[in-house]
Design a protein around this ligand. Structure first.
Ligand code: GLN
Ligand code: ZN
Length: 755
């Protein structure tokens, strides 16, 4: 009775088939028609999976060879002029040029999609940007789905969200000013869809959950007034948070339906239900599209029933958001512990859950009695399971006092002691942690994992990599050394695998960008550290070195942020548990004589909640977690942290609150811009602004780095400056790294002479 639908399905394929096809195509191993055939097969399979799970309306247009935002850009004919494609509508090759860079143009920028780990390609806008109907792909896919007898519901990113997420590439103009030019093209797309027999179109407008300025909100009225007249019924979809603040506006728009996220924003459900307009359907996002836990069906059904008493047939059911952010199918996880497996639901299972709720709604709760019983048993087991609760962890957290979150002495006293202990020159040089992961290193790690390399040989291979990294750093004349991270596949997975409370899937891939996927660990239970995780490697490195070696850890917020987290306790509680485990490691490193320990927190900025009002609370516990992890050490042990990827000028007070002795940041590409914010805020501790863009194979000259450092000296007092690259060097090759580091060391030496 209730229409069930899906807002989007993971496109990469349960076995990452799209990734393989894309990479084979890019490297010339397969032709265009092979790639297109892979795409077609995946779309068909995904529609089938969704249909078979009992979904009435399947999404079309959620498929993309690279990114759904980029698909919108080419559909709207908004290719940046700098690519010089002329009047031509881009074909797939040109589309990839936009995403990956062309012969003469760097790629379009990429950034995170709201608070997810998915990256979209950022539209570029100029004052004179125009729009026109571009690629035919969406229309072709609608026909493809219809030919397969599915009921297609095209998915578009709505005009306001599209503009809002783009970037003005020119000063003195507001991208909202482009709206009047954009609306007619959207209208034309809608008319084309209508002509293909499409009844419903989903317009994703998640920007509505952000703190939008009033002129943007007014834009919604303007846009949807015109679009509603274009033909198909519009379902306006919001997700990732509550849109309650905009409920009046949304109810007032002349669209045929709204979708809201009842998982991330449960508070908005009563707000929307209250005097909900009689001419609209309301789609409730009941099943979590951002996490991998099984849904509490009883609760979902109760909520659906409440909504139905108000809405009757106008109630629709859906996952909270597109399923792009969860792995495809739990069926593949045959190696996962069955107990834990029973607690999980991936995309396919989530749609089945939705169908079950729908069945309960249609036929009464008796009709799904057995599903509910299984459900209750499983959820009950999970709540009681020893894999989840560890009383020792809870007890330790309860015993913590204020003092555990504070270093013994203030920074000014600590740094003097640290300088004495470390004996570093002014403008000390260091790196961020990883060195090139050579083919040998990767192969040894992979073979060891598969059981094809025995432990002794594996260890020796890694030790050799450590020796080489130390040897090269000493030859280069770097001051504070690192072991190089050869033994680490990934900075979160490496720790998750050694911590109690984490599990790993075999095929739990989630698209990160383009063909890139990540396999986030799952935090199932209380986190603790059974034994030291890095001490042996760092100690080994220290024994090979005459200069001090920095210990290297990933921070609690980053581990949390890049994992699937528990839904049975607040994120903050999990963060503190991870922090305790990292604290244990920090103290063991210190015990082993390590004088400087880096705790990376590159993800602290991206964890920021979407709404301003939630930010202080997040920052408070994020800072607490870092301080818990780092504050146990003596004054003369130096704590470093590292951040990259994003602008974090807006959270500098929190960054300063971390009270790390040294922070290294990414600044080279922006020409030290971020440092100005550090100065304005009077950031108190040591800073290492990156002078080498590690994303590029280009080796900057010594003079270039020197200029950046001179600029840095103008804004930060020189005795607090460190000299380092933007980030880890694992994706680079040794020859360029050695050259770049040699230039960096020379630049630091030149500065020292002047000092
Ligand atoms: N220590 C890590 C490295 O050097 C840091 C990576 C990161 O910031 N993303 O690779
Ligand atoms: Zn980094």
């Amino acid at each position: 009775m209730a229409v069930t639908h899906s807002l989007g399905f993971p496109r990469i394929g349960a076995r990452r088939e799209l990734k393989q096809a894309l990479e084979a195509y890019w490297s010339g191993k397969i032709g265009l028609s092979d790639l297109q055939e892979s795409g077609r097969r995946l779309r068909e399979r995904h529609w089938q999976l969704q249909g078979r799970s009992g979904i009435d309306l399947v999404p079309v247009g959620d498929f993309a060879y690279y990114d759904q935002m980029l698909n919108m850009t080419v559909l709207l004919g908004a290719v940046p002029e700098r690519f010089d494609f002329g009047e031509e509508t881009p074909d797939l090759d040109r589309y990839f040029e936009l995403a990956r860079g062309g012969k003469h143009q760097p790629a379009m920028e990429m950034t995170k999609w709201f608070d997810t780990n998915y990256h979209y390609i950022v539209p570029e806008f100029h004052r004179d940007t125009t729009f026109r109907l571009g690629t035919e792909w969406l229309f072709e896919e609608v026909e493809e789905a219809a030919a397969l007898r599915f009921n297609p519901k095209p998915v578009l990113i709505g005009p306001l969200t599209y503009l809002y997420l783009g970037k003005a590439k020119e000063d003195g103009f507001e991208r909202l000013a482009l709206l009047p030019r954009l609306i007619p093209v959207y209208a034309e797309i809608l008319r084309r869809l209508r002509d293909l027999g499409v009844v419903w179109v989903q317009m994703d407008e998640p920007a509505l959950v952000l703190d939008l300025p009033p002129e943007w909100l007014a834009g919604y009225r303007e846009a949807y007034r015109e679009l509603a007249a274009a033909g198909p019924k519009i379902l306006l979809a919001t997700y990732f948070d509550s849109a309650a603040e905009q409920a009046d506006l949304m109810k007032d728009l002349p669209v045929a339906g709204l979708h809201i996220d009842a998982v991330r924003g449960p508070v908005q459900v009563p707000v929307f239900l209250d005097s909900y307009p009689a001419d609209k359907v309301l789609s409730l996002g009941l099943v979590d599209g951002r996490n991998i836990w099984r849904t509490d069906l009883g609760r979902a059904l109760a909520l659906a029933e409440t909504a139905r008493t108000r809405l009757g047939e106008r109630l629709w059911l859906a996952p909270s958001c597109s399923l792009l952010h969860v792995p495809a199918d739990l069926e593949s996880e045959s190696e996962l512990d069955p107990e834990i497996r029973s607690w999980l639901a991936f995309a396919v299972q989530k749609l089945q859950e939705l169908a079950t709720v729908d069945k309960g709604l249609r036929l009464g709760v008796e009709a799904i009695r057995s599903e509910l019983e299984t459900q209750d048993r499983v959820l009950g087991d999970r709540a009681k399971s020893a894999r989840v609760r560890n009383p020792a962890v809870t007890a330790r957290l309860e015993r913590l006092t204020e003092a555990d979150y504070r270093r013994y002495s203030p920074f000014s006293e600590r740094i003097a002691l640290q300088r004495e202990r470390l004996r570093l020159p002014v403008f000390p040089t260091t790196t961020i942690g990883s060195f090139p992961q050579t083919a040998d290193i990767r192969k040894a790690r992979a073979d060891y994992r598969k059981g094809e390399l025995n432990e002794a040989v594996y260890r020796e291979t890694m030790r050799k990599a450590v020796r080489e990294a130390i040897g090269k750093q000493e030859a280069l004349g770097l001051d504070l050394l690192v072991h190089g991270e050869a033994e680490r596949n990934d900075m979160v997975e490496y720790f998750g695998e050694q911590l109690e409370g984490f599990v790993f899937t075999r095929y739990g891939w989630v698209q990160s960008y383009g063909s890139r996927c990540v396999k986030p660990p799952i935090i199932v239970g209380d986190v603790s550290r059974p034994r030291p995780m890095t001490v042996e490697w760092i100690s080994y490195a220290q024994r090979q070195a005459r200069k001090p070696v920095k210990g290297m850890l990933t921070g609690p917020v980053t581990i949390l942020q890049w994992s699937f987290v528990r839904d049975d306790q607040p994120r903050s509680a999990t963060a503190l548990q991870i922090a305790l485990a990292i604290r244990d490691e920090v103290l063991d490193l210190e015990q082993a004589g390590v004088a400087a320990i880096q705790i990376d927190e590159p993800a602290i900025r991206e964890g920021l909640p979407l709404k301003r009002r939630d930010r202080d609370d997040y920052l408070a516990w994020a800072v607490k977690a870092f301080r818990l992890a780092s504050s146990g050490v003596a004054d003369d042990t130096q704590i470093h942290t590292h951040m990259c990827y994003s602008e974090f000028a807006d959270i500098l007070p929190a960054i300063a609150d971390l009270d790390a002795d040294v922070i290294t940041i990414e600044t080279s590409r922006s020409g030290m811009d971020l440092l100005t914010a550090f100065r304005d805020f009077q950031y108190p501790n040591d800073v290492g602004p990156g002078v080498y863009d590690i994303h590029s194979p280009r080796v900057p000259a010594k003079e270039e780095m020197l200029r950046l450092l001179e600029k840095a000296c103008e804004v930060i007092s020189p005795e607090r400056l460190w000299v380092n690259p933007d980030c880890g060097l694992k994706t680079r090759a040794w020859p360029e790294v050695e050259q770049a580091m040699a230039h960096m060391v020379e630049a630091a030496r030149t500065l020292r002479q002047r000092w």
